[in-house]
Design a protein around this ligand. Structure first.
Ligand SMILES: Cc1cc2nc3c(=O)[nH]c(=O)nc-3n(C[C@H](O)[C@H](O)[C@H](O)COP(=O)(O)OP(=O)(O)OC[C@H]3O[C@@H](n4cnc5c(N)ncnc54)[C@H](O)[C@@H]3O)c2cc1C
Length: 461
């Protein structure tokens, strides 16, 4: 769709920047972290504040534009073509209330900014593996981080949310205000409006015992079996994952590692060094790792546990959930993860349970809380052909695994066509219907159609 927008009036209402395809800044800003998404919005608004967002939403409504929101671009899955794309990264304010153990976070804040503000006070947020991911997108999708088994998902620690809904009105959602929206926003994704700020809980955790250890290719099968047994005795203070990695032939990978296969065990223990070391000692008793970074570390260093890439990447990924690791499921996972012909780079299992599945003071839309393992499979896919190949491989991998799967998925780890086709599987049937009703109430015209679709109609193009 080609359209000529008259942006003059909107320019007079916002203090932020407006860019059309004719502006040089448009080209520099339209894409986010995931380079697989190469979208061409009709208009970009780099918002400075809540008023800019409200004006942008009203303008989009008057001009029949759908609205997309981009903070970092780690989570975009549907190209926001012909839309109004609202960039939030300038809204980067973080206010920590040290006494209350909370942080008020603006729309564009990334976890690193919360770490910088909170850790000097001995307080820690429920960050995930990458401190460069946005707080809002991560938390709306659920948010499984390094303290999830101890303190729950990030969505469980959201105290209130402020957002501009499709009618251009600023609303506050909390346990006492717009409680239906508060329920749906936490786990329902960004389908109900543009979040301008939210408040999250912080936890009194100054240091953790954590890191990763690696085992060589010949031990991969045995290490996975060991992990299955070890998680049965792992206390809720420890959140862990294993990854089976095929290092790609890329210049940024040390030469000796390229093409190599590897088993990585990662974990974070909330507690003191002696207790943390005792928890992972069974691994050392089992086999000496080829390398280990486990240590008592300041929480500020939490990003070193996974060392996720910071620079933009073209990645494609998917996920499934399992209630248990049967011998048959493990055989498939190891075979697929080490298959030399596979276009995938990593198969990762995160151990869930603990506080994720426990009782929560304020129920939310987040589903599949009883799942024990999140399985994520990912590949580097810089070309459409590579993306198609990775997708086809993933679907085949899943077909083989199907008898052992729970049937649920995790919203934050869905990409491509599955980000539309599998959304129902992220919820119980009751929660899904409730989300669809909520969407019809707050966004009847589906203006926010680039998040995870919560409408019975055809998904976004
Ligand atoms: C390297 C990497 C590591 C990750 N690690 C984890 C992890 O450990 N645990 C986990 O749970 N997830 C993880 N994720 C997934 C991540 O949480 C999601 O991709 C999330 O959507 C990213 O949010 P963002 O704001 O950074 O991205 P963006 O692409 O900017 O936003 C993603 C979506 O969130 C919504 N959104 C963002 N801001 C707003 C807003 N202000 N108002 C309304 N909607 C909004 C929109 O629908 C938007 O399309 C990881 C992803 C990557 C790429």
């Amino acid at each position: 769709m080609q359209m000529k927008l008259s942006t003059h009036e909107l320019q007079g209402q916002v203090s932020g920047s407006l860019w059309t395809p004719d502006d040089p800044a448009y080209e520099q800003t339209r894409r986010g972290w995931n380079l697989n998404i190469n979208h061409h919005p009709a208009l970009i608004l780099a918002a400075n504040n809540t008023q800019d967002i409200a004006a942008g939403v009203r303008f989009a409504r008057q001009n029949g534009l759908a609205i997309a929101v981009q903070s970092t671009g780690h989570g975009i899955h549907t190209p926001a073509d012909d839309s109004l794309l609202i960039l939030t990264s300038r809204m980067s304010g973080v206010q920590v209330d040290v006494a209350a153990h909370t942080a008020r976070v603006e729309a564009g804040v990334i976890w690193q900014q919360v770490l910088d503000a909170a850790t000097p006070h001995g307080l820690a947020p429920l960050v995930g593996t990458s401190p460069h991911v946005g707080v809002v997108g991560y938390s709306l999708g659920g948010g499984i981080g390094w303290m999830a088994r101890r303190y729950g998902l990030a969505a469980d620690s959201v105290r209130w949310v402020e957002l501009v809904t499709a009618d251009g009105v600023l609303r506050r959602a909390s346990p006492t205000e717009n409680n239906d929206l508060f329920w749906g926003l936490r786990g329902g994704g960004g389908s109900f409006g543009v979040v301008t700020a939210l408040e999250i809980d912080l936890y009194p955790v100054a240091t953790v015992y954590g890191g990763y250890m690696t085992y060589p290719a010949p031990l991969i099968s045995e290490a996975l079996r060991f992990y299955r047994d070890w998680v049965k005795i792992a206390p809720d203070e420890i959140t862990s994952s294993i990854a089976i990695i095929k290092a790609p032939n890329l210049p940024q990978i040390p030469e000796a590692m390229r093409g190599q296969k590897l088993f990585i065990f990662r974990a974070v223990f909330v507690g003191d060094e002696a207790a943390g070391a005792a928890t992972i000692q069974p691994w050392l008793d089992w086999q000496t790792p080829t390398g280990s970074t486990f240590r008592q570390m300041p929480f500020a260093d939490i990003g070193t546990v996974a060392n996720d890439p910071v620079d933009p990447q073209a990645t494609h990924y998917s996920n499934e959930m399992l209630d248990e690791l049967s011998d048959e499921a493990m055989e498939i996972i190891v075979r697929r993860a080490t298959d030399s012909a596979s276009p995938l780079m990593v198969s990762e299992l995160r151990h869930a349970g603990g506080a994720i599945s426990g009782a929560h003071a304020h129920p939310s839309a987040t589903g599949n809380r009883e799942a024990q393992f999140y399985l994520q499979m990912a590949g580097q896919t810089p070309t459409p052909e590579m993306r198609a190949a990775a997708d086809a491989y993933i679907q085949d991998y899943k077909r083989e695994l199907r008898p052992y799967l729970r049937g649920g998925v995790y919203l934050n780890f869905l990409r491509g066509a599955e980000a539309h086709a599998r959304v129902r599987d992220a919820y119980s049937p009751e929660s899904y219907q409730r989300l669809v009703a909520l969407k019809a109430k707050y966004d009847p015209d589906n203006m926010f159609r680039f998040g995870y679709p919560l409408v019975e109609a055809e998904p976004a193009k």
